[in-house]
Ligand binder design. Sequence first.
Ligand code: SME
Length: 151
Amino acid sequence: MNFENLHLEVIRILSESNAERDLKLKKLCQFLSDSVPYYNWVGFYFANHETKTLHLGPYVGAETDHTVIPFGKGICGQVAESNANFVVPDVAAQDNYIACSFTVKSEIVVPLFVDGVNIGQIDIDSHVLDPFTEADERFLEFVNKEVAKLF
Ligand code: SME
C-alpha cells in the first residue's frame, strides 16, 4: 500500500471550503475506506474529559452500538488514557476489547492531538488478520495532523 498517493486527496477533502467539519470527516472516512482494502470500518471518537467518555463521531461501515465508551474500556478507551497508538493484530487475543461484529479481526487506533491535548482518535477495524504495519501508523498520524487543523 503506497500511502503517499493518498496524502493530497486527504488534504483536499479537509480543505473544502463550504463543508461542515463533520461532513469533511465523513468524506474522509469514506475515502479511507474506499482506498485501503483492509480498512473496513473507519470512524472518529471524541473525548469528553469531564465525564471521561468517548463519543462516536463521523464514521463509515457497519452501525455500532458503542456510541459512548468510558475511558479505559476497550481499545479506544485505553488510547484515551495512554495517548499512544494501539495496533491490535488479532482482536481475539485482547482481554480489554469491545467487540462490534464477529467479522472484525483486527483494529488500529491513533490518537488525535490538538495543541498537545488528546481530543479523540481515529479508529479502524479490519476483516483481515494482522494487516497493519508501521506505514499505517505513520499515515494515520499524518491524517490526524491534518484533521487537527479543523479544531
Ligand atoms: N473495538 C473498539 C470499540 C469501537 S468499535 O471498533 C467501532 C474497542 O475495543 O475500543
